[in-house]
Design a protein around this ligand. Sequence first.
Ligand code: MN
Length: 259
Amino acid sequence: MNPLSSSSTFPEIIAPVGWRTVDLISDLHLQAGDAATLEVWRGYLQTTSADALFILGDLFEVWVGDDAATQPGFEAECAELLRLTAERLPVYFMHGNRDFLVGAGLAAQANFILLEDPTVLVLHDERWLLSHGDLRCLDDTDYLAYRARVRKPEWQSAVLAKPLAERRALARSMRAQSEDHKRGPDVVWADVDATAARDWLRQAHARTLVHGHTHRPAEHDLGDGLRRVVLSDWDASAHPPRAQVLCLSIAGAQRVDLR
Ligand code: MN
């Protein structure tokens, strides 16, 4: 079957013919306390020759509301970097499980385009299914229940109605709880379910699912010509440092380590 012959059930971005390369990044987990990763990201944004940038979630370690970027500080600095980048190339942003509160306010301030999860990117007649990845980690049932709750507009408007300082405090306590949970004895790190990934790919008429979230960069053969490509997270202070871009081009997908 011609992969372009029938429409998919997911939203599609059709790359203009002029696009040669598209950069995909995710899981930078940018935060005020990690200046090293922010600097690598800044350098990358200023020098990339890609025709478009797709951010597939968890750009930020936490996002407490778009109003955080309207006052001087870390969030405003990140918004300005995105805005300057968007003057050179289109920037697309998909939510992760940490920065799902990024909204239309930041999108307007930083001039990026919000993406649904998942979205199909059609580039050079190839269909790439893009996702953060958390939705297909089917074994992570506690998280999926939490996700369903916090993605509801009513939950979000109730939280965003709280004062900014209260939201920042809430985020800190949620992070502390999550760290405690991770130290527990029987934590199983959920991964993307292979059957669920294949189902999505068939629905999307795509061969490759690209996602982040799990911080386990790899390429998985799903059979029948289908595959799953996992993006790396970023941590410029790790040994060795992690800061990787997946570049899509006519040649396929290529990992580029920023050093
Ligand atoms: Mn994530």
